[in-house]
Design a protein around this ligand. Structure first.
Ligand SMILES: [Zn+2]
Length: 448
């Protein structure tokens, strides 16, 4: 198990740590850390903690941060910051990553920084100012390899445009996570099976059903959602009045495909093969998990409709970034075009600030805006639950980058997995995959 301690520099109200327009450095660092921790949960064998206050209300003293990481025996320590020269806007720019000086005494920190740094430069699309060394507390007082990333200058006219765009901060966090994964040689977790996208037509050729005692042509037709006459046509050599128990009958395309169990088949492999969810198979094969799968048995596989036409670009309602949103609906997302849209929608003096971008995003989302604002349900939700509350939870998880995939109102494996990933990061001693008051409170802090 590799233990990673994260620190988002400062607190929300730390004096001085602000852009010339008053934006707080911590709010940038926080978004980077949230995205980085969420992304790192995609890998096997990682444990993570955050040593700053995730609400940002307290600027946890540096000695408390490094003590916590040392006491926890972290394997590495990563601190997220954004640079500043002073209190005026300037034209300086770029990303730098620090290790404790002299670098030659800290080869593992250098290795870590070298994995992280170029990826951050790339993610931010800013000047590469290199890996540097300095005598910073978080680098000096940590007992493990440590790197401090300055993801851009918050008093830079160029860099601030990136920092005001959440998608860049998310990319920066993911870049750091990828660097950490490379440093440790981490292996990605396999994807939960649920919500696998249906993109290719199903193969219906092996539609064989083994006739059971008591079956009639009519009952089989009903079971598989096929008209009786089509079933008869597909099995012209079968005498409907004398069905042979144990013999096989062809099931033409209906609501279900009949899959004949072969050696090595599992429910999981079937779900993958037919690109349906595990739950969808369970639903139409009552009690299937209680019994052994025997070779030659039939499992009903629900047929997922494949849409005939190429779908139109679907607006990305989950994003919190106007740029991502515009891209998702194939609209020019450049600064100039956003300024034009802002003017058109009555946002005065557009300069690409976070507030203006959010306002524009909300206007652009239009009528559906309300449904997609992060709001959290109040009850307890767990695996197997369905409905609007689950939908709200899924939207909020997506907003926080703990992706559940499709927002479908069904608390299945992917949603449980996302809740667990969130809990591992934000409530590591209470990881149960159940959404209750603790999880709600922690999500609320981040959504505010
Ligand atoms: Zn800082």
């Amino acid at each position: 198990m590799k233990k990673v301690a994260w620190s988002a520099g400062h607190g929300k109200n730390t004096p001085g740590k602000r852009t010339p327009d008053g934006e707080r450095e911590w709010t940038f660092n926080n978004k980077v850390v949230i995205a980085g921790m969420a992304y790192l949960e995609n890998y096997e064998g990682v444990q993570q903690i955050r040593v700053d206050d995730p609400s940002g209300n307290t600027d946890v003293p540096l000695v408390t941060r490094t003590n916590e990481a040392n006491a926890w025996n972290a394997d590495i320590y990563v601190s997220s910051h954004h640079n500043a020269i002073g209190t005026q806007w300037g034209n300086h720019s770029g990303v730098e990553t620090y290790v404790m000086e002299p670098a030659s005494n800290n080869p593992l920190s250098v290795k870590l920084a070298n994995q992280i740094h170029p990826k951050v430069v790339n993610a931010m699309g800013l000047t590469d100012r290199g890996v540097k060394s300095a005598n910073f507390h978080e680098l000096r007082e940590t007992n493990m390899p440590a790197a401090l990333v300055e993801g851009g200058f918050m008093d830079s006219r160029t860099d601030i445009l990136k920092m005001r765009d959440d998608s860049f901060l998310k990319d920066q966090g993911e870049a750091i996570a990828k660097g950490i994964a490379e440093y440790f040689d981490l292996v990605k977790k396999s994807e939960p099976i649920e919500d696998v996208k249906q993109e290719t037509p199903q193969n219906h050729t092996d539609g064989n059903y083994k006739i059971q005692n008591g079956d009639t042509l009519y009952s089989i037709a009903e079971e598989f959602g096929v008209p009786v006459n089509e079933l008869q046509e597909a099995n012209q050599n079968v005498n409907p009045r004398a069905l042979q128990i144990g013999s096989f009958i062809n099931i033409p395309n209906g609501k279900y495909v009949a899959h004949k169990i072969e050696n090595g088949d599992t429910l999981y492999s079937l779900a993958q093969k037919y690109k349906v969810s595990l739950d969808a198979i369970r639903d139409v094969n009552k009690g299937i998990e209680a019994r052994e799968l025997s070779i030659g048995d039939t499992v009903k596989i629900p047929v997922v409709k494949v849409s005939e036409a190429t779908p139109k670009p679907k607006p990305n309602m989950k994003t919190v970034s106007i740029v991502e949103y515009l891209k998702s609906i194939d609209v020019d997302s450049s600064y100039d075009h956003r300024a034009e849209l802002a003017k058109k929608h009555g946002i005065p003096g557009y300069q690409g600030s976070a507030e203006q971008n959010t306002e524009l995003l909300n206007i652009m989302r239009g009528a559906v805006k309300d449904a997609f604002e992060p709001k959290l349900p109040s009850g307890v939700l767990r695996y197997g639950d369905n409905g609007n509350d689950v939908r709200m939870l899924q939207q909020a998880l997506n907003e926080l980058f703990f992706k559940v995939g499709e927002v479908d109102g069904s608390y299945g494996a992917k949603t449980k997995d996302a809740v667990e990933r969130f809990q591992k990061v934000h409530d590591p001693y209470h990881v149960d995959g159940v959404y209750g008051s603790r999880t709600r409170e922690r999500m609320n802090r981040l959504l505010k």
